[in-house]
Design a protein around this ligand. Structure first.
Ligand SMILES: *Cc1c(COP(=O)(O)O)cnc(C)c1O
Length: 434
């Protein structure tokens, strides 16, 4: 199944290693000269691992024993009943180690790092979720770990910074530029240029220069292959539609790969509609007309950029979807019409999160709730015997600060205020331990 898929979507113009990694017109490897050798070595290590069945079984065993794979497929019984016979199945990536599908990618890359004989990993992180996942993997595999994070994000995302440091990672606040994700990426690249012999850069999603989009998608394909078997068993047939949220595109690529060779299964990516597509305050690259094809951050895809090629400011209630580019593989699936892309607004997403919690007792991440929102919006217009599959990429309880903010819960705000008062009191009376 996997082999078929790659043959269908991967185009490899003849030529040197750097012409690899195109998906239709998208992808490629636009990297500084000094990193060519490192990327060539990484590509070779990835290709060798991919050709080695033992590597994949080692990966599956680690994911089984460390991250609870296979994750369950849950039939959403109460929600389904509310949609008159239509059946909703939820793939539970929220039950992974560190609470999201990100575990699949970081652990895969970690095992590859061991194979390459490197001893240090670096990563960029925006909201901090990829940083926490990478720090967790590094602790488990005994690797040194440095995380680059914009200084503004360090201030905003203290809980994730706290965990990265507790897990043993060094978090470096980046004070250049806007002090956010793209500046963190630049700093991580600078580190790599000086440290590439012993260091691997763990990219967090199915973006960037070849081989990252393809390699990250490969590790995430475990989601789709499990889900296909599970839904065949539980529903007795393939789903009519598969929904996934799209930030960089790794969880969507993960689940879509299980169904790409089945043309009757519709694949739908749900992007961050933010305050609404008409407001310009969103992160919809494929579902809006606001993005242009361009080359940045090592690859060619749709970017939210202005006429001068400056990246636009994106907005989403979900920090993990707030990215200017998108996987070149998804860009190609969009271009060929194999996948369809829609956007869900912040308001719809908060409603969907509440609805899933109350109906099924499942607390989805704000990111994942985009997939739920998109699916529930479209479900009434489908035939009554429709079967849908939603990828729940992560859990929301770890994001209590963000979600409580989004839900405007006054009791939560009072609790935080009380904590702040307590800390202020303690700072003023250092001897007072209360
Ligand atoms: C990071 C994240 C995403 C977005 O990343 P993709 O690469 O698009 O999957 C989605 N959901 C959760 C829970 C995340 O943590």
């Amino acid at each position: 199944m996997r082999a078929l898929f790659w043959k269908a979507i991967r185009t490899r113009p003849a030529g040197d290693a750097m012409s690899q990694g195109y998906f239709g017109a998208f992808g490629g490897a636009f990297i500084p000269e000094i990193l060519h050798q490192t990327f060539a070595e990484l590509t070779a290590a990835y290709e060798a691992a991919r050709a080695d069945a033992d590597f994949w079984s080692e990966y599956l065993t680690v994911m089984e024993n460390y991250s609870g794979r296979p994750t369950p497929l849950t039939y959403a019984e109460n929600l389904s009943a509310a949609f008159g016979g239509r059946r909703i199945y939820i793939k539970r990536e929220d039950l992974n180690q560190t609470g999201a599908h990100k575990a699949n990618n970081v652990m895969g890359q970690g095992l590859l790092v061991k194979r390459m004989g490197k001893s240090r990993v670096i990563a960029e992180t925006g909201a901090g979720q990829h940083g926490v996942a990478t720090a967790t993997m590094a602790a488990r595999l005994g690797l040194e770990c440095t995380i680059y994070m914009g200084a503004k994000d360090v201030a905003r995302q203290r809980p994730n910074v706290f965990w990265m440091e507790q897990l043993g990672a060094t978090v470096i606040p980046v004070t250049s530029g806007d002090q956010t994700l793209k500046d963190a990426v630049n700093e991580a690249m600078r580190d790599w240029v000086g440290s590439m012999d012993g260091t691997h850069y763990v990219l967090g999603t199915a973006c960037g220069a070849h081989p990252f989009p393809e390699m990250v998608s490969w590790f995430q394909s475990v989601i789709g292959s499990e889900a296909r078997g599970q839904i065949l068993k539980q529903a007795g047939r393939l789903p009519d539609r598969v929904y996934a949220c799209v930030g960089g595109g790794s969880n969507a690529m993960g689940i879509f790969q299980g169904f790409l060779d089945a043309p009757d299964v519709e694949l739908i990516g749900v992007e961050a509609g933010g305050l609404g597509l008409a407001t310009g305050l969103h992160a919809a690259r494929l579902a809006s007309a606001d993005a242009e094809v361009g080359i940045a951050q090592g690859y060619k895809t749709y970017f939210l950029q202005d006429d001068d090629g400056q990246m636009k400011t994106t907005h989403s209630v979900a920090a993990g979807l707030d990215y200017v580019g998108v996987s070149p593989i998804l860009a190609n699936l969009h271009e060929t019409g194999r996948a369809r892309f829609i956007a869900a607004t912040d308001a719809e997403v908060v409603e969907a999160l509440k609805r899933l919690m109350k109906a099924e007792g499942i607390i989805g991440a704000l990111e994942s709730s985009h997939a739920v929102a998109g699916a529930l919006r479209e479900l009434p217009d489908t035939p009554e015997d429709t079967v849908i599959l939603i990828n729940l990429s992560g859990r929301g309880d770890k994001d209590i600060f963000t979600i409580a903010d989004a839900l405007h819960d006054p009791k939560w705000e009072a609790f935080i205020q009380e904590k702040a008062d307590q800390y202020a009191k303690r700072a003023n009376n250092p001897g007072d331990a209360s």
